[in-house]
Design a protein around this ligand. Structure first.
Ligand code: SF4
Length: 180
């Protein structure tokens, strides 16, 4: 039987959700009997294949134009899009930037910190442009499954992936929700 293809990518996040994925630990061995991880930020191949995957997984918020492009590419190349973590679900900790505004956050981070000397706000065509508002992924593309938490537990991620493999839309039981 052909393996189910899964691709993951990250947007504005801290990598903690991907660490939680790895925390699935030895159950990953069983998953790999059924699943092929085609690409992820922590493998050699970074981008979902052009011929598509069944499941796309995104960590992180939409914070800049690069995040928008990555989210759109994943949406175009996957059948089911799963947003993992509070950042991807509703902006999470990254969305704290909305409280002061993007300009003020950049100024504070790159020009005004107590240890900054001759600071400079990064400005390059190779960088994504910061957006005025940080949002969850679903403000940019349709999301099929949300797994909130900061990060979601390995058990929650394993449950969600297992449900998808069984052909069901995951509905997380309350004990798998993580609120901290
Ligand atoms: S939800 Fe938490 S763990 Fe995941 S990327 Fe955001 S800050 Fe990191």
């Amino acid at each position: 039987m052909a393996k189910v293809k899964i691709a993951t990518d990250w947007l504005a996040g801290c990598a903690g959700c991907h660490m939680s994925l790895l925390d699935i630990d030895e159950r990953l061995v069983g998953l790999l009997e059924l699943v092929e991880f085609t690409s992820s930020p922590i493998t050699d191949l970074k981008h979902p294949p052009e011929d598509g995957v069944t499941v796309g997984i995104l960590e992180g918020a939409i914070s800049n134009t690069h995040n928008v492009a990555v989210a759109r590419q994943m949406r175009e190349r996957c059948q089911v899009l799963m947003a993992i973590g509070d950042c991807a679900t509703f902006g999470g900790i990254v969305a704290m930037r909305n409280l002061c505004g993007t300009g003020a956050a950049l100024k504070r981070a790159y020009l005004e910190t107590e240890t900054t000397v001759e600071g400079l706000i990064p400005d390059s065509t190779e960088l994504g442009r910061p957006l005025e508002e940080v949002t969850g992924v679903d403000k940019v593309v349709k999301v099929d499954v949300f797994v909130p938490g900061c990060p979601p537990s390995a058990d929650a991620l394993y449950y969600a992936i297992s449900e998808l493999l069984a052909g069901r839309k995951p509905v997380l039981p309350p004990e798998l929700f993580k609120y901290d």
